[in-house]
Ligand binder design. Structure first.
Ligand code: KIV
Length: 288
């Protein structure tokens, strides 16, 4: 097995994740939104794949996660499902699909499991989401919470900014995390929170903490596919490390293709199908 890969025969379950936390073995989560990416995540052997509503930004071109619909997310979730065998598949419930009532939350979560093939769902915020998480879990569907910078509530939070920098705000995060854990969430994503606050959370919670912009002490890490592979152009958050530069490589490849077509250098003979001389002659005769 090469670096970063783990035994792909190990299918991720809630029990294997709990064992990883107990053993202090870091949990790897990544977003994916389509079949080929899911195949790669499967091949590498990540533990969890999240069909994040960040798809709204990085795949569908919206300027926030708010507009993405359940139906759009279901198309992406099904595509990822078809590409995965071993990682646990978590789907984000989009804004507006779960907040109003427990019934809405359960119905939407059931659609992601039944129609999308998700193993678990993720919902954002504390507050009313704590009751929603409990209702979904009571309906038999595992839930991941998400606190700190919760993009669905970015306007209310004052933008895409670090959360929990005062004792008051950090205490609120801890209370929310405690309540989500008590509701039965098996993991909580902690986004854009000071490392010391995230460390405190990881130490007190029995469930997994999965950080993004929350330092190295959480039980696992998650990054957005397009950010970590350098497909995102322009500004990226401070917490992103680009592990590859696929944008540059994609531009290079596409430019080479366009140049080759324009120069009539592609397709070459090796990309071309032949017809027998006699058949061609017969065709020509018919067309004259
Ligand atoms: O939508 C998403 O990609 C997420 C991750 C950043 C955790 O929620």
């Amino acid at each position: 097995m090469s670096g970063g890969q783990r035994d792909q025969r190990t299918r991720t379950t809630l029990a294997t994740l709990a064992r990883q936390k107990a053993a202090g073995e870091p949990v790897v989560m990544v977003t994916a939104y389509d079949f080929p990416s899911a195949r790669v995540a499967d091949e590498v052997g990540v533990d969890l794949v999240l069909v994040g509503d960040s798809a709204a930004n990085v795949v569908l071109g919206y300027d926030s996660t708010v507009p993405v619909t359940v139906d759009e997310m279901l198309v992406l979730t099904r595509a990822v499902r078809r590409g995965l065998t071993h990682p646990l598949l978590v789907a984000d419930l989009p804004f507006g699909s779960y907040e109003a009532s427990d019934e809405d939350a359960v119905r939407t979560a059931q659609r992601f499991v039944k129609e999308g093939g998700a193993d678990a769902v993720k919902i954002e915020r504390g507050g009313t989401s704590i009751a929603r998480a409990r209702a979904i879990i009571e309906a038999g569907i595992p839930v991941v919470g998400h606190i700190g910078l919760t993009p669905q509530a970015a306007t209310a939070l004052g933008g895409y900014t670090v959360q929990g920098r005062t004792a008051d705000r950090a205490e609120q995060l801890v209370r929310d995390a405690d309540a989500l854990a008590a509701a039965g969430c098996f993991a909580i994503v902690v986004e854009a929170v000071p490392a010391a606050v995230a460390e405190l959370l990881a130490g007190r919670l029995d469930c997994l903490t999965i950080g993004i912009g929350a330092g190295g002490a959480t039980d696992g890490q998650v990054l957005v596919w397009h950010d970590l592979l350098g497909l995102t152009t322009g500004h990226v958050a401070k917490f992103v490390r680009r592990f590859a530069d696929l944008h540059t490589e994609t531009v290079r490849g596409l430019t080479a293709y366009a140049d080759a077509v324009r120069a009539r250098e592609f397709p070459g003979a090796e990309h071309t199908y032949a017809i027998g001389d006699e058949e061609l002659a017969a065709l020509r005769a018919r067309l004259t």
